[in-house]
Ligand binder design. Structure first.
Ligand SMILES: NC(=O)c1ccc[n+]([C@@H]2O[C@H](COP(=O)([O-])OP(=O)(O)OC[C@H]3O[C@@H](n4cnc5c(N)ncnc54)[C@H](OP(=O)(O)O)[C@@H]3O)[C@@H](O)[C@H]2O)c1
Length: 310
């Protein structure tokens, strides 16, 4: 079976075709994967960063977290899923070693954990690109507790999480403000961004010029230390971050996407009713997934980089 694996620390992620097909443990289902996407976390795993956090890598490590596919077999104890079901979710990165991933033709996934049915109206390609970024976007926008008419600054709006979060913030009634490159303006306005500011230069000054009292809320998807944009906030503003940059204190929340069946069902419902659209910048066949990882690191992102299985 084909998979994209990391075969040793320091090795480049690559396609191999000699992995054994998985068999289901009694609480697992075997899925044929149809779609996935690249997330910054995939590059972190490929770079060995989880080993620095003390987690063991069991090589070959299959890369990829997001998945959407069709159940082929169900373990003896699985009650709620059966062959033919369309499902999506997240392969957890360390369960308990770093080994399993979604970028394989067939994967074994525990039923009842990070997996849910894909609603009928949602394509598997869309469902496969959505989980990691979508769950983080939902958690972040929820943490901001937006009320209609508020000014919400989203830094990193063009990327996977940001392009979904701005839709949810706009839907909650926010006046969404995003720093971006000139070529991003149309893309962001289509997603519901009201004010596009220059990304280069002094962002805080640009925000204060337009919003002298400061903004009501900030979603920071790019900083790794808190405080970079605090001077753009009004007193009492809320801050959320998916990069641990929210800091501490009232109204400040560092969010983690939580891939439970319930949260995935909620994401599926937002995709099905059209509240959330997944912008796909490019789609790579499985064999070229390493190129998606490179593009994620070095290219300019507008939405998601999808992985399409044959
Ligand atoms: N906590 C969680 O559950 C969770 C889940 C998913 C992701 N994350 C983290 O959240 C971060 C974003 O993830 P992602 O999937 O959205 O990544 P992404 O697709 O790479 O998006 C990041 C976006 O931010 C843009 N950007 C970078 N610096 C900027 C700046 N100074 N001003 C404005 N925009 C800027 C990037 O532009 P360029 O393309 O030009 O660089 C890119 O469009 C990553 O650090 C990821 O690890 C956390």
């Amino acid at each position: 079976m084909q998979a994209i694996t990391l075969d040793a620390h320091g090795a480049a992620p690559a396609l191999r075709d000699d992995l054994p097909e998985p068999t289901p443990a009694e609480h697992e289902v075997i899925l044929r994967v149809h779609a996935s996407s690249a997330n910054p976390g995939d590059n972190m795993i490929a770079a060995g960063l989880l080993a620095k956090e003390g987690l063991e890598y069991e090589f070959p490590v299959t890369l990829g977290r997001d998945f959407a596919g069709v159940v082929e077999r169900a373990g003896a104890a699985v009650r709620d899923l059966e062959p033919g079901d369309r499902v999506f979710g997240v392969v957890l990165p360390a369960a308990p070693t770093v080994r399993a991933g979604a970028w394989a033709e067939l994967i074994a996934v525990p039923a009842g954990q990070a997996i849910a049915r894909v609603p009928d109206r949602v394509d598997l390609a869309v469902a496969g690109a959505a989980p990691v970024a979508g769950l983080a976007a939902i958690a972040a926008v929820e943490a901001l507790e937006i009320t209609p008419g508020e000014d919400v600054l989203v830094v990193g709006a063009t990327g996977g999480v940001g392009s979904l979060a701005v839709q949810l913030a706009a839907r909650a009634g926010a006046n969404v403000i995003a720093p971006a490159l000139p070529q991003d303006e149309g893309f962001l306005r289509d997603l519901g961004v009201s004010v596009v500011l220059p990304r280069e230069g002094d962002l805080v000054a640009a925000v204060r010029e337009r919003f002298p009292d400061g903004v009501d809320a900030l979603l920071d998807l790019v900083s790794y230390v808190p405080g970079a944009y605090d001077a753009a906030l009004r007193d009492g503003a809320r801050v959320a971050s998916a990069t641990c940059a929210a800091g501490e204190g009232p109204g400040r929340t560092n969010v983690m996407g939580d891939p439970t069946p319930e949260s995935l069902e909620r994401l599926g419902a937002l995709l099905a009713d059209g509240t959330l659209r997944v912008p796909v910048q490019a789609s790579y066949p499985l064999a070229r997934a390493p190129e998606a990882l490179a593009a994620l690191e070095t290219g300019h992102k507008q939405g998601k980089l999808a992985i399409a299985f044959a």
